[in-house]
Ligand binder design. Structure first.
Ligand SMILES: O=C([O-])C(=O)C[C@H](O)[C@@H](O)C(=O)[O-]
Length: 306
């Protein structure tokens, strides 16, 4: 059982960088639990504020519900007890509710609610979906504003009024208007999380909208770089942030943007480049080509030898 109340989870997560580990796969695409545990143990030995198992970067969409349970339990086992592990929930409402319940049983400290699968959704339906998940668990819940789960401000306010354990809002759309409304209108009720692909790109301007933390996929393979970047953001050290954007993040985006879905594939490639190969991505994602991996290697070597 977790020692984190929804309120203590909100405060803890907001105080540092968030770790979103990739999910390790063997060449035959089965879950490589041993490799995953070693990776999470390494990642959570750094001063991150929380570990989000099997999120977008963790290829949630390609895992079966049974595998999600195994990944969450492996993450809980590999993470020091004082750090919260947040478990994913998603697909339709019934499946998301079942995952939220299992998160508690697995020893997770919170639930990360990913967008419903496939269908278009109305604001009313989205509110009912989130409310059902919040009511199914005592854990703090963070919703992911992305794709078809595009919340309007009224829906967010309605949910904060009716769901005391809704603690966080992660923006994966780049919705400046909404993030400003949440910051200005909800008086810190929700933890705002920066969650766009390669979140470092937006971290400094987002801080002005009360977004004190973000999910760093780069942290998977360049933890020191990602933590130094986060420290510079929180210190509002714009010169350092822009130097680091120029030396690594922006050229990295150029490689990432060569392929659809590469925001995740490039992270697994980055780990392979630093000698910690997590195995291939699962379909429908595709791996970087050898030439693209070579470019990434040159970029990583430049930033690690500087
Ligand atoms: O659900 C996820 O895994 C994310 O969206 C987090 C990523 O880490 C993203 O913020 C990024 O690519 O930096």
């Amino acid at each position: 059982m977790t020692s984190f109340s929804p309120e203590s989870l909100r405060t803890t997560l907001g105080a540092g960088l968030l770790c979103f580990p990739v999910t390790h796969a063997r060449p035959d695409l089965t879950f490589d639990e041993e490799g995953y545990r070693a990776h999470v143990a390494w990642q959570s030995s750094y001063p991150v504020s929380g570990v989000f198992a099997a999120g977008g970067t963790g290829e949630f969409v390609s895992l079966t519900p049974d595998e999600v349970g195994r990944v969450v339990r492996a993450a809980v086992a590999a993470t020091p007890a004082e750090k919260p592990v947040v478990a994913p929930a998603g697909y339709g409402t019934a499946q998301a509710v079942a995952m939220a319940r299992d998160a508690e049983a697995a020893g997770a400290a919170g639930v990360f609610l990913l967008p419903p699968y496939l269908t278009e959704v109305s604001q009313e339906g989205l509110v009912a979906h989130v409310r059902a998940v919040c009511e199914a668990t005592e854990l703090g819940v963070i919703v992911y504003h992305r794709a078809n789960a595009a919340f309007g401000f009224d829906a967010v306010r309605e949910l904060t009024d009716s769901c005391p354990n809704l603690i966080g809002f992660k923006d994966g759309i780049g919705d400046v208007d909404l993030m400003t409304r949440i910051h200005a209108g909800l008086d810190g009720r929700l933890l705002s999380v920066g969650g766009l692909p390669t979140a470092e790109t937006y971290a400094l301007p987002y801080l002005e909208m009360g977004v004190t933390t973000y999910s760093s996929a780069i942290f998977n393979f360049l933890p020191e770089f990602a933590l130094d970047f986060y420290t510079a953001v929180r210190a509002r050290d714009a010169a350092t942030v822009y130097r680091k954007l120029n030396e690594f993040v922006l050229p990295y985006l150029t490689i990432r943007d060569r392929g659809v879905g590469y925001a995740v594939s490039i992270v697994k490639a980055g780990l392979a480049v630093v000698g910690r190969d997590p195995g291939p991505v699962r379909p429908p994602l595709t791996d970087l080509t050898p030439a693209e991996r070579g470019e990434l290697r040159a970029l990583v070597e430049k930033v690690t030898s500087a």
